[in-house]
Design a protein. Structure first.
Length: 135
């Protein structure tokens, strides 16, 4: 950071590291710092959306997700957001993202597995079983 204090990309990488360490508050702080330097940074908006979802701030998470541009289009980013929502008990939000992924990436198996678990945990075992048959 000291070598490139105005480079938002470095702040995003630092935030990603905090995220991997489970330090979601620190990750969010670093994503916000990146956005201060570059308000259009799609990776920072997506990262902020995921951290805010984990922390339970629905409206701000959705605001950042809507500004995440191409980062929000990537399947791995949407998977991370869906898992964050599911972890906060926001099953409907997670399900919407997962079903969207199944439509746009029918060969991507992870959303099908995560959705099946989500459906099971929300008392929708028959739907989960049907989802498994659709493979």
């Amino acid at each position: 950071v000291e070598l490139a204090p105005t480079d938002a990309r470095i702040r995003v990488r630092i935030a990603d590291a905090w995220d991997r360490l489970g330090q979601y508050d620190r990750a969010l702080e670093s994503y916000r710092a990146a956005l201060t330097l570059d308000g259009a940074n799609s990776e920072a908006h997506m990262g902020a959306a995921i951290e805010l979802a984990r922390l339970g701030d629905v409206s701000e998470a959705e605001s950042h997700f809507s500004r995440a541009g191409e980062a929000a289009e990537r399947a791995d980013s949407r998977m991370r957001l869906a898992i964050a929502w599911a972890g906060r008990g926001e099953s409907a939000r997670a399900e919407k993202i997962l079903r969207g992924l199944l439509t746009s990436h029918p060969d991507f198996e992870a959303p099908r597995r995560v959705l099946a678990v989500l459906l099971e945990r929300t008392g929708r075992g028959e739907e989960a079983a049907q989802l498994g048959k659709e493979q």
